[in-house]
Write a protein that binds this ligand. Structure first.
Ligand code: MN
Ligand code: MN
Length: 311
């Protein structure tokens, strides 16, 4: 249904008001958005199961696709040009979630992302907690060797927590053990809960760990210059990489995070230097942010990153 204005508070929320295509077999687009409302991997404050719906809700403020009478895409005030005018995008809705059956949910996630890849679209997954990134990345196992860039305050490389290997403290450890994963780069690390042995383990693998204080001190451009070409590259963004003043709606905030500028500049640099094959944004917990700026900025990050990828 189309109105005169399609204001942000009207209509049924899909990501940026893109067409809803619930059957992945019918996807015909450059970008396919997938919601993963799953938060049973958290060890602290739950609520990210409401992340996808909340990001969609706030993304309606960026109605860049199929805007009534308007041009597709957005005009960038900094670069003084339009982006995403030729890019097609659909919203596939949410992965089926069965409470307390993580194996089932993981299979649904993996099959959904594999289906999107089969249709030739770039998968954009909305979490959910960070545990969902492992089954998402598993779906790339027939795409050749890929590298991973993780934006996160935390390393997420716990071998296990209480005997469980698939919680949100372990997805990058699990991914690091997949045979098609090349280098892993983690940006934004900080906090007092960092386990030393996990850092040593990651460095022994040859991975690149960039703490938040380096990005804050030297800026995005200098930080990017320390990252080698990665080829095919999957990007996972844990919203807690941002400073909690910007993004308080997340279960495990850490002080002294990245600015929006630093993060978007790094995403733009990665898109310029590598082939981005997929992305996710996880750990948005709308219950912890009554102002709504966390899901709002999450939606903007995705839109601007897509602008950098597709031009
Ligand atoms: Mn994380
Ligand atoms: Mn984190």
């Amino acid at each position: 249904m189309e109105g005169k204005t399609n204001l942000a508070f009207t209509g049924i929320a899909t990501f940026c008001r893109t067409p809803h295509v619930p059957s992945i077999d019918e996807v015909q687009a450059d970008v396919a958005v997938l919601g993963i409302p799953f938060d049973e991997g958290v060890g602290y404050r739950p609520g990210t199961r409401f992340g996808p719906r909340s990001i969609r809700e706030y993304s309606m403020r960026f109605p860049y696709f199929d805007r009534t009478g308007g041009q597709r895409g957005y005009w960038d005030i900094e670069k003084r040009r339009w982006f995403l005018t030729e890019t097609t995008m659909v919203d596939c809705g949410d992965v089926d979630v069965v409470p307390l059956d993580m194996a089932y949910v993981h299979r649904q996630i993996e099959e959904s992302v594999r289906g999107i890849l089969r249709k030739g679209a770039l998968p954009v997954s909305l979490g959910g907690d960070h545990s969902v990134t492992y089954p998402v990345v598993k779906a790339f196992n027939d795409q050749g060797t890929i590298s991973l860039v993780q934006f996160d305050a935390h390393l997420d490389r716990r071998e296990e927590v209480g005997g469980v290997k698939y919680g949100h403290g372990s997805p990058i450890k699990r991914i690091s053990q997949l045979d098609f994963i090349d280098k892993i780069v983690t940006v934004g690390l900080r906090g007092l809960r960092a386990p030393e042995e996990d850092y040593l383990d990651a460095e022994a693998r040859g991975d690149i760990l960039i703490p938040a204080h380096k990005v804050r001190t030297f800026g995005a451009a200098k930080t990017l210059s320390g990252i080698p070409p990665l080829g095919k590259c999957y990007v996972t963004i844990d919203i807690d990489v941002l400073d909690p003043a910007l993004a308080p709606g997340t279960g495990t905030p850490e002080a002294e995070g990245l600015s929006f500028h630093q993060l978007i500049k790094m995403l733009q640099g990665l898109a310029a230097n590598n082939q981005i094959v997929g992305l996710d944004l996880v750990e948005v917990n709308p219950y912890l942010d009554p102002t709504g700026r966390t899901p709002l900025f999450a939606a903007q990050l995705i839109v601007e990153f897509l602008g950098a990828i597709f031009g």
